[in-house]
Design a protein. Structure first.
Length: 218
């Protein structure tokens, strides 16, 4: 039977979380909002609208949302040509594909941003499909992104593992009924990932690749 290895991208396979922190912080600052960077960091992994709501509250001026998102996209877009893949990220995907796993990405990125992330990974030949923000109505921590990834893979939840770096990833995977693996390279603490549903936690893709035979992806 087929098995699916579903991966978040930002902070999990590509080292972008702190770029997102700085560019969201600057977008918010330009609009007159003083939000500490540590708060922005813990919101990374949410879709744009959910991130803004998480940081500014439900009573914010929602007419600003589109402008904030556009400002973040413009600021972050300056880095598209040099986004750094995390060590052995591409090698991990290629190894899993060689071991018979169907590799699918589940990310809040879309459009040019998603293309830039895939270029950084340089592993398109082993990625079967991508569930992007354009494909779902609700982003993480709702289970829909992971569920859509499973649909694309044609694999039931009990035959899948989801790898991510945020509590939003772990909650989405848990709600979708898949086994969850956390990585620390996005900057979120091990205890937080485990509390949110991670069954195993590794430092980064290189650590997971080295420990693959004893991992949930064995």
């Amino acid at each position: 039977m087929q098995r699916a290895a579903v991966f978040d991208v930002d902070g999990t396979l590509v080292d972008t979380n702190h770029l997102h922190v700085v560019t969201w912080w600057e977008a918010l600052r330009q609009a007159g909002h003083r939000v500490p960077m540590h708060a922005v960091h813990r919101a990374i992994g949410l879709g744009s609208t959910d991130l803004i709501a998480h940081l500014l509250g439900e009573d914010r001026d929602r007419d600003q949302d589109a402008g904030l998102s556009a400002a973040h996209t413009a600021l972050y877009g300056q880095y598209f040509d040099r986004l750094p893949a995390l060590r052995d990220a591409g090698a991990l995907l290629k190894r899993l594909h060689g071991d018979g796993w169907t590799v699918v990405l589940a990310t809040s990125a879309s459009g040019a941003e998603l293309s830039a992330l895939r270029r950084a990974l340089d592993a398109d030949e082993v990625i079967t499909a991508t569930a992007s923000a354009d494909d779902v109505e609700e982003g993480k921590p709702a289970p829909e992104p992971v569920e859509h990834a499973l649909e694309l893979a044609g694999v039931p939840a009990e035959r899948a593992v989801f790898v991510g770096d945020t509590v939003w990833d772990m909650r989405a995977g848990r709600r979708a009924g898949v086994r969850c693996v956390g990585v620390l390279c996005g900057g979120i603490a091990r205890a937080d990932l485990e509390e949110a549903g991670a069954q195993a936690v590794y430092d980064d893709p290189a650590h997971l690749l080295a420990a693959l035979e004893d991992s949930p992806l064995a």
